[in-house]
Ligand binder design. Structure first.
Ligand code: CMC
Length: 435
């Protein structure tokens, strides 16, 4: 990276000023390179929550939060959602460009020939309670994949990294469907490689050995869109976790398990589950009539109630994924004859009221992808507790692409943040009867 501009930091305590290079990205805010700051000044920067910190450089995904724009490798999400399927999106994120026909065929062949999990894996499930949260099962099972693929765990070998990426993308639908089948007490279904990625997943989720499952094209396309929209989102909490875990040299399965654990939280991937529960609650208490009361609670500083599916650290405008998800909502509900679905009507009314309310307007809080994704997933027949697993399945490609980008970087270093220590200064341990 070369720098044409510099930034000068001056101190009020008489310490000499220091100059730092400024780098320009291809688009988006410049960054001030403060890597030498501690060496030159003996001071750290302080940025809990990474509000102003770019933790890496990346060529994968770009978000312009003010414009409400999302690009995967330069392509607008709207065009990808319209013209590509999920596996093409995976190829794009992993390899840098959309596949041509031959590459598409080859990539699909590689993925579908890794969809089965080791038969021994099925035993892991028996160790969980039937009512275990499927995300708990997923964290455990994905981490456990490390124990099965000793042949390709050399992270310094690009071939090994590629095969691990393909294995993860291929096996996630199988594992997610197994987590669901286990909770439902139904037999696991083996993958079927003649089906598309999303159709295969839906069959493993909703089929049984008793009768053949007929995928519905509109619903398969809707699931594929959910996967595309959640595939990557630059340096969010789970992706940063994957990068941090990976920076120590941990194997990719362990790193993705760490990402899944981070995704689980309601401020991140768990928001789709929390959002649907919120809509269900409002509906149970009287529906549209009770929105005013609910919004008042959200605005009350003394309550911890949030409007789930609203707000985003980066988007200060409508999340473009939310628009696409709302469009999919119409399609799916129309296909299923559920146009008058009360939850969808409630969500749209809630959105309208929130977007006109000064509290949300002044804070630039808009619907995010999770506001409508729960309604679509519910209509597809996916139970609420599985929503975040579907998100994890979709995000796996983003995590592994970001992990691979980091490991391929010759300047990569272990991630090791510093701190502002506010605890006791050095003191001596006293004998127990003198404390
Ligand atoms: N409902 C009510 N108030 C909110 C909300 C919300 N959903 N989101 C933010 N605010 C308020 C917040 O209380 C704060 O108000 P004040 O300035 O008076 O203290 C202000 O808006 C700024 O919020 P923040 O918490 O400082 O913003 P953040 O960037 O730290 O948090 C967020 C972003 C996504 C965690 C937060 O908006 C949130 O918790 N939203 C609900 C959960 C959700 O939908 N998450 C999914 C995100 S999209 C999918 C994904 O990437 O995983």
């Amino acid at each position: 990276m070369s720098s044409k501009k510099t930034a000068t930091l001056t101190f009020s305590d008489g310490s000499p000023s220091v100059e730092f290079p400024i780098y320009e990205g291809s688009v988006g805010p410049d960054v001030v390179d403060i890597r030498k700051m501690y060496g030159q000044t003996g001071k750290f920067t302080f940025d809990p929550g990474f509000l102003s910190t770019a933790a890496c450089d990346s060529k994968i995904t770009y978000i312009d939060g003010d414009k409400g724009e999302l690009l995967y490798r330069g392509y607008p999400i709207e065009q990808i959602a319209q013209s590509c399927d999920f596996l093409e999106t995976c190829h794009l994120l992993l390899n840098g460009d959309l596949p041509n026909r031959a590459q598409q065929k080859d990539f699909t062949y590689r993925v579908v020939h890794h969809t089965m999990v080791h038969e021994q894996m099925t035993r892991f499930f028996q160790g969980f309670r039937r009512d275990a949260h499927p995300m708990a099962i997923l964290v455990g099972c994905v981490g456990a994949l490390s124990a099965f693929y000793h042949d390709s765990l050399d992270i310094n070998n690009p071939e090994h990294r590629h095969i691990s990426a393909i294995r993860l993308i291929a096996k996630m639908p199988t594992l997610v469907a197994m987590a669901y089948k286990y909770s439902a007490g139904q037999p696991f279904l083996y993958p079927r490689n003649d089906l598309s990625y999303s159709a295969n997943f839906m069959r493993m989720m909703f089929g049984t050995p008793c009768e053949e499952y007929e995928p519905n094209d509109v619903l398969v396309r809707a699931l594929d869109r959910i996967l595309i929209l959640h595939a990557d989102h630059e340096q969010n909490a789970s992706t940063s976790t994957v990068r941090l875990a990976g920076s120590s040299g941990a194997n990719p399965f362990a790193c993705i398990a760490a990402g899944i654990a981070t995704l689980w939280g309601p401020a991140h991937g768990g928001a789709n589950e929390a959002c649907l529960e919120m809509l269900d609650d409002i509906q149970a208490q009287g529906g549209v009539e009770r929105i005013g009361e609910f919004i008042a609670k959200v605005k009350d500083k003394n309550s911890s109630v949030k409007l789930m599916g609203f707000g985003h650290r980066v988007y200060k405008n409508y999340d473009p994924r939310a628009k696409l998800m709302r469009e999919t909502c119409y399609e799916v509900l129309g296909e299923l004859g559920l146009q008058n679905d009360p939850l969808f009507a409630l969500a749209m009314k809630l959105e309208q009221i929130a977007l006109e309310d000064e509290y949300f307007v002044s804070r630039k809080l808009y619907p995010n992808v999770d506001f409508y994704s729960g309604i679509v997933q519910k209509a597809l027949g996916i139970p609420t507790s599985m929503f975040t697993c579907v998100f994890a399945l979709a995000r796996t490609v983003g995590w592994i692409a970001q992990w691979n980008e980091m490991i391929s970087d010759p300047d990569q270093k272990i991630g090791r943040p510093r701190q502002l220590y506010m605890g006791p200064v050095r003191r001596d341990v006293m004998p127990v009867d003198q404390r």
